[in-house]
Design a protein around this ligand. Structure first.
Ligand code: NAI
Length: 483
């Protein structure tokens, strides 16, 4: 089997060389094709951080094992790490956090075992990076949560939880505030849960989840979240088991998978050969299992666990009274310990069952549609306008434009209603949302909305607009705070 390897920037080449030396010593039956990705590729003028040859190789091989990569600051380019995950639709980011004996934490000292798998949605949310300045004072980020995208990652999480005999699968969310976006994610969670009655499925609001994770981490097993919340919660979980040096990550898609450590390029220690290769090694072990190389994975993991149990360490963790090994020496210590059994959490030596490597040649971009449109009606429009006038003045002007089709319903500022009712204590910024609805409750068409747009633009700069839709009896939009 052949996989693509990108060593990355900063400490990337050091830790990747260490991991590949361990694979080689264990006779891992893999061939590697090195691809060009990362900072120096940006510097050469490839704005997405990878060469076209790298893209082709990865699409042909289906597996990318990568070191961390730097996003050049202030050049307006996007992170190649995020580009790779999104371009190849690796919709599930799986991060496993387990107690590692030899890595002291408050929980290991208190004999509280941790085994948490965070599954983070990997494509959508604010990571779409679709951002605009609406006025000089007001920035807007569009947060996409989609039904097909949520179903993909949630179904993966349930399948994985079933395979690992999970005690519990929990959805972390903020659906009490973001009723439509997080509400959709939560709805999808319980929709999928129906197909897995054997699993205990529940949900926890994300702030409460953070508190519970640090007080009772042993009560959690699989946790599935949207992208940004999942990013934050998974770093919190990394802290529970000893820090970023121990946090592996698998980006799973239907055609292409990417295995990498959670941490970045660690520029402060790059080039010194002192970085901890454990997170990348754990990511590599997850990749071996994904490829069916069970025996290699178990042998290497047992040697790693045994090495950690012996108090062997790099400078970033462990007992500071014991000397720290450098990256190469740490890898050599693991190689010397092949065949040793750790006292705790030893992995069973299952035989290798290499998966058949399938190269997927897609004819066109897959279109994900999970629900048919039914009984859809436009009932109004939100017009986001720039103005530093008072709400009553804006209302008066807007009412002149409402005409025979629209009714001015309310005006809000930063999501808080300021007209027809509101409080004089609400601070304002120079950007309002003016909500118009159909005068008689009947459906509107886009020409009606355009007519309003043209008329309103005589008085205001319209920064953006959103249609207000009804799906049957259900409002497909949120109410303003206080409406
Ligand atoms: P970072 O994870 O690189 O470093 C944070 C701290 O952790 C530093 O003190 C570093 O020395 C330490 N650290 C990280 N990995 C370590 C290891 N294996 N062994 C020992 N110590 C380790 O995060 P930072 O500084 O925010 O980001 C640096 C660069 O990495 C940025 O350009 C960022 O965009 C990129 N990055 C790339 C990621 C990826 O490729 N998936 C993920 C996160 C950041």
């Amino acid at each position: 089997m052949k996989i693509a390897v990108a060593k990355g920037d900063g400490i990337g080449p050091e830790i990747m060389d260490a991991v590949l030396s361990i694979f080689k010593a264990n006779n891992v039956p893999l061939e590697y094709e090195t691809v060009d990705m990362g900072k120096w590729v940006f510097d050469k003028g490839f704005s997405n951080g990878m060469t076209p040859e790298a893209q082709l190789t990865i699409e042909n091989l289906g597996i990318l094992f990568k070191g961390p990569m730097e996003t050049p600051k202030g050049k307006g380019v996007k992170s190649v790490n995020v580009t790779a995950r999104k371009t190849w639709n690796t919709y599930a980011n799986k991060r496993v956090f387990q107690t590692l004996h030899g890595v002291d934490t408050v929980f290991s000292k208190a004999a509280i075992p941790i085994d948490i798998t965070v599954v983070r949605e990997n494509i959508e949310d604010t990571y779409g990076g679709i951002e605009h300045m609406l006025t000089h004072d007001v920035a807007l980020s569009r947060r996409f949560i989609t039904r097909p995208g949520s179903l993909q990652v949630i179904r993966y999480a349930f399948e994985m939880a079933k395979k690992k005999n999970a005690r519990r699968i929990t959805c972390g969310h903020k659906a009490n505030i973001m009723k439509i976006t997080d509400g959709l994610f939560l709805e999808c969670f319980y929709e999928v849960a129906k197909d897995y009655p054997e699993l205990k499925a529940d949900d926890v609001i994300v702030d409460d989840l953070c508190m519970k994770l640090v007080t009772r981490p042993d009560t959690f097993d699989v946790v599935v979240l949207t992208n940004l919340q999942g990013d934050i919660v998974s770093d919190l979980c990394a802290g529970l088991v000893g820090g970023l040096g121990f946090a592996p990550s698998a980006n799973i898609g239907d055609h292409i998978c990417i295995f990498e450590a959670v941490h970045g390029t660690a520029p402060d220690i790059a080039g010194k050969n002192i970085a901890n290769p454990t997170a990348l090694l754990l990511s590599g072990i997850a990749m071996l299992r994904h490829l069916g190389l069970m025996e290699n994975a178990a042998q290497i993991e047992n040697a790693l666990l045994y090495t950690l149990e012996q108090g062997v360490r790099t400078g970033d963790f462990g007992n500071k009274n014991q000397p720290a090994l450098n990256t190469t020496q740490f890898a050599e210590a693991i190689i010397r310990n092949f065949g040793q059994q750790p006292a705790l959490n030893a992995k069973e030596l299952l035989p290798n069952m290499p998966v058949t490597q399938t190269v997927f040649k897609l004819e066109k971009n897959p279109m994900l549609v999970s629900k048919e449109m039914e009984n859809e009606k436009i009932v109004g429009v939100d017009m986001f306008i720039e103005s530093d006038e008072q709400p009553a003045v804006i209302a008066k002007k807007c009412q002149r434009h409402a005409g025979v089709k629209f009714n001015l319903i309310n005006i809000s500022n930063r999501g808080t209603q300021v007209w027809p009712t509101g409080s004089i204590y609400t601070n304002l910024v120079n950007q309002y949302n003016v909500r118009f609805e159909s005068l008689d409750g009947s459906g509107l068409n886009q020409q009606d909305v355009l007519g309003l747009y043209v008329s309103l633009s005589g008085d205001f700069k319209i920064c953006s607009s959103e249609l207000l839709n009804m799906w049957g009896e259900k409002k497909a939009y949120s109410l303003a705070q206080g409406q």
